[in-house]
Design a protein around this ligand. Structure first.
Ligand SMILES: [Zn+2]
Length: 73
């Protein structure tokens, strides 16, 4: 499980906004770091945040079908 102090300093690599940490309920060394601005989630594996856009998961909802975030500055 990531330390809250660590989560606080982590930023989305795309918009540099804050990330919301959601540990896996079964294995807290895994989880997700969610950017609500970009609607993407970064994986956490073995307590290591994988802050790579290539590895990020899209959180696109049902009716919002914006294309995946692409260098929009
Ligand atoms: Zn973002």
């Amino acid at each position: 499980m990531l330390k809250p102090q660590l989560v606080e300093i982590l930023q989305c690599v795309q918009c540099h906004g804050p990330l919301e940490y959601q540990p896996d309920s079964h294995d807290t060394t895994r989880g997700k770091l969610i950017c609500h601005n970009c609607r993407i989630a970064f994986r956490v594996e073995n307590d290591i945040p994988i802050l790579l856009l290539d590895e990020a998961l899209s959180l696109n909802g049902n009716d919002e079908t914006e294309s995946a975030p692409s260098g929009e500055n």
